[in-house]
Design a protein around this ligand. Sequence first.
Ligand code: MG
Length: 383
Amino acid sequence: MKITAIRPYPVWVGVRNQLIVKVETDEGIFGWGESGLSGREKAVVGAIEHYREFLIGRDPFLVGAIWQEMYRSQYFEGGRVLQAAISAIDIALHDIKGKALGVPVYQLLGGKQRERIPTFATTSAPPSEEMIEQAKDLIEAGWTAVRLSPSDHEGSTVYEPREHIATTAKWCVKAREVLGDNVVLGIDFHHRLSVAEAASFCQKMPSGTLDFLEEPIRDESPAAYETLRKLTDIPFAIGEEFSSKWQFLPYIERDIHQFNRIDICNVGGLTEAMKVAGWSEAHYVDMMPHNPLGPICTAATVHFAAAVPNFAWLETRSSTVEQLGFDNDEIFPVQPRIERAHYPVTDAPGLGVVVNEELIERESFKFWEPPHLKRNDGSVTNW
Ligand SMILES: [Mg+2]
């Protein structure tokens, strides 16, 4: 079998672009992949076009060797743009191999270790009674792990951390009181805080209020995270922005974080994700994958989640309180569907996703910018 075409489709679905990639072969079998670098998709399309130049004619079964060649064939290797491109192609190659062998992708990853994949869902209302009501709705619908929403910039372009952390902490404490001790509660700060701000946030709550704190600070400095580790006892859930096993290296080896927010569409696809999972297993760190993209990302992550022993929850953005439209039924008529807070593990060959190609050929790309947030004094801060 030979690769005959690689087609990137950057298309607007729901509230953002998805970069879907189709890899075709001379035997009529094709695979779908998705790239996860939100907001700079055109750069990833360019990287995919470079890889296409030498991948046409290659055997798509040589998934590991192709990964090495994509990673190591340039001066210099790595980085988030290139790894997002590699991720999409790697996922599509797994889809092709599964379809060609007549097996679901999890069979290529060591086989199934669970029948269904537990998920966590996120409240959408800002910290308030409404947020707690949403959490109650989620628990009623079967979720045992809920990510609460922090106080946010809410449509403004100003985000001043100290104006949000006290309110957010107060409502987290209230949520724990109302929702009880059994539910898993966490929160995601979208790496908007400094070490001191994150420490203040944590210290405003009694121990046991939160079960995980996601991305309190940016990831460039593992040493900064180690400092924060000493200032709070809340487990950290981080890693969605990591684009290779080497970015996970200091965090895993120094036991800095407790949940691994790996993103299969950014880290380097299933090939790289399985290596990170094995390494995390050795450190008793559970996988808690990032999954805010489309159904191809969800399907790839479901197969990954089925095949690894060390697993906590898969993120879902499709719940009773949140529907973002990434899973458009017309574009993806066959895709993973939530059943009482779990994704079933399906047995269709490959990823088990059907894409309406005529429709995505008609869909357009939209240039979109995330909010460019500033502090009250006019200085730039993180979205
Ligand atoms: Mg996050």
